[in-house]
Design a protein around this ligand. Structure first.
Ligand SMILES: [Zn+2]
Length: 149
């Protein structure tokens, strides 16, 4: 859902109901995973579409978001946007940041650059640092649970 939200915000011809058009250049880049104004930060063990970490063979990929992943985000947050629109970074799951990683993001959360949206997705926001939570605007999303027959 957060990806769909980001895609609709980056779309160059949104339909006015909050949906991306799926046909413009921005939608094309987004769908190919190379929109210049979009970054997704997640544990190595998580592929872009995965909800749960994959079981790796050999050396286990990290299940945490590493501090250098957040540091690597900083140049992206500082340069001007390529398309003159929003710049969006999606961090998921946000509770995969340990305390030092979360602290590395804190400055950006406190004073986000202009036209920048930081989306933190968490299924367990209580596990986020209070300093992170207090700098975010919370939106609760409930899954639609099928009715029992
Ligand atoms: Zn579009």
């Amino acid at each position: 859902m957060a990806r769909a939200f980001a895609r609709s915000l980056l779309c160059e011809r949104p339909d006015g109901r909050g949906e991306a058009c799926g046909a413009c250049a921005a939608c094309g880049w987004f769908d190919q995973g190379n929109h210049p104004d979009y970054r997704q930060v997640q544990p190595e063990a998580l592929e872009p579409g995965d909800e749960e970490p994959r079981r790796g063979e050999g050396a286990a990929p990290s299940r945490q978001i590493r501090i250098d992943q957040v540091r690597d985000l900083q140049p992206f947050l500082r340069v001007g946007t390529h398309r003159g629109g929003l710049r969006i970074a999606l961090i998921r799951p946000a509770e995969a940041m340990n305390a030092s990683t979360a602290n590395a993001l804190l400055k950006s959360l406190e004073e986000p650059p202009e036209r920048t949206l930081l989306l933190l997705v968490s299924s367990d926001p209580q596990r986020l640092l209070p300093t992170v939570r207090s700098r975010c605007q919370g939106v609760t999303v409930f899954p639609r649970v099928p009715r029992r027959r």
